[in-house]
Design a protein around this ligand. Structure first.
Ligand SMILES: Cc1cc2nc3c(=O)[nH]c(=O)nc-3n(C[C@H](O)[C@H](O)[C@H](O)COP(=O)(O)OP(=O)(O)OC[C@H]3O[C@@H](n4cnc5c(N)ncnc54)[C@H](O)[C@@H]3O)c2cc1C
Length: 86
């Protein structure tokens, strides 16, 4: 393992992987993600896969809106099947 990095993300759940993905998209290459078990084996493994859209507060509404905009494009952007059903 490399001894140091600009960003070290602890936890490879939805939050950690999402952050890692977006840093890479911004061109940040000096990043490491550390997962103590298997990637996405925490809460993320249990998630039903629903992409909700509710307004608990403004920040949450923004996050939901972003996710619901991003997911339909992910397959085309990455070549990875994401089983999106709008
Ligand atoms: C039954 C269920 C159904 C759900 N359904 C939905 C849904 O349909 N839609 C939705 O939006 N949300 C849903 N959720 C909520 C959603 O799953 C969580 O909010 C989300 O997965 C949290 O992601 P996370 O990355 O914060 O945490 P996690 O997925 O738990 O990831 C944290 C990771 O960090 C790792 N870790 C912890 N400590 C360390 C350490 N010291 N060093 C290295 N690694 C470490 C863990 O092993 C884990 O992999 C559901 C949750 C549950 C339980």
């Amino acid at each position: 393992m490399i001894p140091q990095a600009r960003v070290v993300i602890v936890g490879g759940g939805m939050m950690g992987c999402g952050l890692f993905y977006h840093l890479a998209e911004e061109g940040w290459t000096d990043c490491v993600l550390i997962e103590k078990a298997e990637l996405t084996s925490g809460s993320t493994w249990h998630a039903a896969g629903l992409c909700p859209s509710f307004v608990g507060n403004y920040a949450m509404a923004q996050i939901h809106h972003y996710g619901n905009t991003l997911y339909p494009q992910l397959e085309e952007m990455t070549g990875q099947y994401v089983s999106w059903h709008g």
